[in-house]
Design a binder for this molecule. Structure first.
Ligand SMILES: C[S@@+](CC[C@H](N)C(=O)[O-])C[C@H]1O[C@@H](n2cnc3c(N)ncnc32)[C@H](O)[C@@H]1O
Length: 285
């Protein structure tokens, strides 16, 4: 039996969060907060079910380098975080897990979500891919210390992890605007792929839930709201988001539930109401 409530009680988020985190400071820039110096604030952040906790930052490549300043956080962006537990729980629910299922997670981050999945399915059924080697090492350490022997692969999650495919479920915990076909290929027919969607369809970040058909075609619909940092390599230039919002306005602001996405080996199409009414098409690279 899958018991998510029990998993959320049993897996302690604090075991996965490093001592140095980042919080919004003056001007909303991300500034470091150390557990040693502010133990109560650190604990409150980590205990909050609705707060994402930023664990790593880097210079924002879109920000003028001469104006950025890591000491005040100006021009820095979050590159890794522990997503809000409430959101993780919602995403795990949307996966409709059953005992024995095998899951591929893209974006290990702290390893907290991988630990929840391991609690629910068994560590041997969870593989997680993280692109940042330092972040992956830290997650491996935390998972080992807490007794979850999840396989953490350092690499680009856009390739999936073919060696252990097929998976029953693929869950990305970073936002995408394009579904890498490797995820579809590595999911068994009838399997589910869950992807936080970048703002290319609707001005709000939405969660896309795809089902893979026996023909190797994945079809997705948007479910709830979810804002995530982008996958490295899938960061949107601001003008793309503005253009998408304009298109959405011109279409009469349709509800997100009216949109769908079809992914084939040749590319992906985003459509409104039915696959014949394509609003954006993109060929595979
Ligand atoms: C929001 S965090 C993931 C949260 C994580 N699931 C947890 O429970 O802590 C997103 C992570 O995705 C990673 N990431 C970004 N692009 C990636 C890619 N192409 N492949 C694998 N990981 C990626 C980032 O380095 C970051 O650690």
């Amino acid at each position: 039996m899958i018991n998510l409530k029990e998993a959320l009680r049993a897996v302690r988020r604090a075991d996965f969060i490093p001592d140095r985190i980042f919080v919004s400071g003056p001007g909303n820039w991300l500034i470091p907060l150390s557990r040693d110096q502010q133990p109560e604030r650190w604990a409150a952040m980590v205990a909050s079910p609705s707060a994402a906790v930023v664990t790593k930052v880097a210079r924002d490549p879109l920000f003028p380098p001469e104006l950025s300043d890591p000491s005040t956080g100006r021009g820095m962006v979050a590159t890794s975080s522990s997503s809000a537990p409430e959101l993780m729980a919602e995403m795990i629910e949307a996966l409709e897990l059953e005992p024995g299922m095998r899951v591929l997670e893209i974006g290990t981050g702290t390893g907290y979500n991988a630990a929840l999945l391991a609690y629910l399915l068994g560590s041997e059924n969870v593989v997680s891919v993280e692109i940042d080697a330092e972040v992956a090492d830290r997650a491996r350490g935390a998972l080992q210390r807490t007794g979850y022997r999840v396989k953490v692969i350092t690499g680009d999650g856009e390739q999936g992890y073919a060696a252990d495919a097929p998976y029953d479920r693929v869950i990305a915990t970073a936002a995408a605007h394009t579904v890498p076909y490797a995820w579809v290929e590595q999911t068994r027919p009838g399997g589910v792929i869950l992807v936080p969607w970048a703002e290319t369809v609707h001005p709000d970040g939405r969660l896309a839930r795809f089902v893979v058909g026996p023909d190797g075609i994945a079809e997705g619909r948007f479910i709830s709201q979810a804002f995530f940092m982008p996958l490295q390599g899938q960061r949107l230039q601001p003008h793309v988001g503005f253009a998408a919002e304009e298109r959405w306005e011109q279409a009469g602001r349709p509800d997100f539930t009216r949109y769908g996405i079809t992914v084939t080996e040749r590319g992906q199409t985003i459509w409104l109401d039915s696959p014949e009414h394509v609003v954006a098409a993109q060929e595979s690279p």
